[in-house]
Design a protein around this ligand. Sequence first.
Ligand code: SF4
Ligand code: SF4
Length: 438
Amino acid sequence: MRSFRHGIHPEEHKEATAHLPIERMPFVDRYVLPLSQHTGAPARPIVQRGDAVERGQLVAEPVGFVSTALASPVTGRIAAIGARRRPGGDLGEAIEIEADPFATQRFESQDPVDGSALSLGEFVSEVQRAGLVGMGGAAFPSHVKYAVPEGRRVRRLVINGCECEPYLTCDHRLMVERSEAVIRGTSILAEKLEVEEIVIGVEANKPDAIEALRAVSANGYDVRVAPLEVKYPQGAEKMLIKALFREEVPAGKLPLDLDILVNNVATMAALADWFDRRLPLIERVVTVAGPGVRSPSNLLVPIGTPVRDVLDHCGVDAETKEIVMGGPMMGQPLASIDVPVLKGTSGLLVFTEVATGRPNEYTCLKCGRCLEACSNFLNPSRLARLARAERYDEMERSFALDCMECGACSYTCPSNIPIVQLIRAAKTEIRRRKAPRP
Ligand code: SF4
Ligand code: SF4
């Protein structure tokens, strides 16, 4: 089975939801759409308080190229535009929408658009208008990836169906239940970029997803579905490329430098929804799981739904100690559940023990486990020590900026040293120092 070197094998914890069909989350009263829920500049509202909006209607437009649009997840009325709490704990501008209790909330599909008839520039604008982002968690605007610069080419299109984080099964269910949409979106993009090879990488613990994708691919699509070893962080772009092609994206470079473009499976289904039905990115599948959830689920949730409503719907144990947005390795512990589900929210995990904090830190045993875990071949132990000593120049020379913050080193450390947290904070400081002064 193909894979990359190093990495870890955390317990999967996927059994509670892997077999559960996707269900639609019932509509709630209010939705909060932060204007910045993607990498880049926040979107700009094009509606005002009191305006009536339809489900799927554009409510905020991109500002500049690295920015993307936002559409209303419901038919209703703009209740407010102002500062609202975001999952990171800070405040940010958001559009609050009150759902119309009498609306059917059915999305009216429109005529499809033939992506192949568009120029690349038009295609990129379409994707930006749909508000598509990488749905694996990074929320990088998809159209920016598709705007291949002059003189460059994408020869290999890689679709990421690894879903290597424990607990999460939203992509798994999507590949099983919407395999046609995944393949359809993939073929739309592949045709537009005139790629030579298409590979979907799926970890071997999802045999039904592999089978479903292969069954659709056999219907005249030139798509290879490649089973991969179950290992974390297989879903990281550079690791996936290593596993599939045995090629390494050099430090500081991008997959495009190897003529490769990587996209998540959910983004491909969303791309098909836009070109085939004109459905913008207004909802996504979210895994709700963890020891503190009464009804673990894979829910189709409108973007902007308050986390509190999702948890109320699934039921949460009174002993709950921590709620994480995303996976347990790279997700974000929430300080408040009065924050919305975003385009990049793959999971809501409820823990009855604190999963992310690791008390009782001991001195480094020089055991080397963190080095064995790091698939980027960094020296996490040394980077953590340099970070504590604030020796940022040395950290940079030791490739600290190549750390993808996967957390494999911290997970494996017997001394509970918060390695990834130390490196993450130091990276922020290194970038701050390198940024041009105003
Ligand atoms: S968090 Fe960074 S240093 Fe630690 S294992 Fe991942 S890439 Fe390596
Ligand atoms: S795993 Fe922890 S204890 Fe072992 S070398 Fe790395 S930092 Fe030190």
